[in-house]
Design a protein around this ligand. Structure first.
Ligand SMILES: [Zn+2]
Ligand SMILES: [Zn+2]
Length: 349
């Protein structure tokens, strides 16, 4: 439903952006279905976006120190953290900050400044938000996925301890998995195996550097295992990335990692099932490193943004569907059915 709100009066350091494109994230589907415990209704959905600075109060620089002005195209880090808690200051893991707030997830539009989600014509950025200026000549909508799926995938690689030459398995071929394939390629993986259930998305993984595509609708679990073992000399992969958010996918990742390897899980953005593991064979006997990944930090948005800019032609193909604001429900639907690889809303078109 499209609603009208008054434009806010800006406080010191705040920036009002005119949203040029808002990304529909897999998590938005969960929130739309009421499966995400973080949301407070009523709300404006949308935590991925790019836009143009429409108004700003006071001086402000982007993350590279470039002074910002009205009319600049920008992308921003999607969350604010407190900067003072145990996780922010001592453990340097701000994505775990208990005070972390994300636009379009934790924010309600019941009270001022109302405009706190990206599925809107305008969004008010708080003083603490880190901003990335987008160079002219780049179509901003292509950069949208970098702000969530891209950043989360970059966080997963940051925690993976992957080394050049490693064999990598990516389980799940949505935007998160596709970014993982692109990152594995740039980190120098020797093998990139993608497991997914959508042919079009698997083909996109090939564009981004996957060396082996396994469609789980065409190959049984045993056949997939055989294929992975064949290209890894019977060992299993060095690092497996679970990017699907399905318990079965995580189980399969664990079973396909070599002894001493790592399994990195970033797919579970909302509660979604339980996995039973064979602690002797799959965990201890294997020296398995099982690593979870929650959200991302500013440095990961930076990594995802630069990666996207480096491969702008390929990432252009990621945006398969575009909708006006009043068709937001259709945009979410095509993400849910996996008809789209990535859908964006264009509020001003
Ligand atoms: Zn904190
Ligand atoms: Zn997201």
């Amino acid at each position: 439903m499209v609603k009208t709100f008054p434009l806010p009066k800006l406080g010191e350091g705040e920036v009002l952006v005119k949203i040029e494109a808002a990304g529909v994230c897999g998590s938005d589907v969960h929130m739309w279905e009421g499966r995400d415990p973080r949301i407070r209704l009523p709300m404006i959905l949308g935590h991925e976006g790019v836009g143009e600075i429409a108004e700003m109060k006071g001086e402000k620089k982007d993350i590279d120190g470039i002074p910002l002005k009205i009319g600049d195209k920008v992308l921003w880090n999607r969350s604010v953290t407190c900067g003072h808690c145990y996780f922010c200051k001592v453990k340097m893991e701000p994505s775990l900050c208990p005070n972390r707030k994300v636009y379009g997830i934790h924010t309600s539009c019941a009270e001022p400044p109302y405009l706190t989600g990206n599925y809107a014509e305008y969004l008010l950025l708080a003083r603490e938000i880190d901003i990335f200026k987008i160079e002219s000549g780049v179509d901003p909508q292509i950069l949208v996925p970098a702000s969530c799926s891209g950043a989360t995938a970059a966080h997963a690689f940051d925690l993976s301890q992957m080394e050049p030459g490693d064999s990598v398995l990516v389980q799940g071929v949505g935007p998160l998995g596709i970014f993982a394939v692109a990152l594995a390629r740039s980190f120098g993986a020797s093998q990139i195996i993608a497991i997914g259930g959508t042919e079009e998305r698997l083909k996109m993984c090939k564009t981004f550097g996957a060396s082996l595509l396994l469609n789980r609708h065409h190959l049984s679990k045993e056949e997939r295992k055989e294929a992975v073992m064949e290209v890894t000399h019977g060992l299993g992969v060095d690092v497996a990335f679970e990017m699907a958010g399905e318990p079965e996918a995580l189980k399969e990742c664990i079973s396909l990692v070599r002894p001493g390897g790592a399994c990195i899980s970033a797919g579970f953005g909302a509660p979604h099932g339980i996995v039973e593991i064979d602690c002797y064979h799959d965990l201890d006997r294997k020296n398995l490193r099982l690593q979870g990944v929650w959200a991302s930090e500013v440095r990961h948005t930076h990594m995802a943004l630069k990666l996207t800019l480096n491969r702008i032609q390929d990432f252009t193909k990621l945006i398969t569907h575009r909708f006006p604001l009043d068709q937001a429900n259709d945009a979410i639907r095509v993400m849910k059915t996996k008809e789209a690889v990535k859908a964006v809303l264009l509020p001003h078109e």
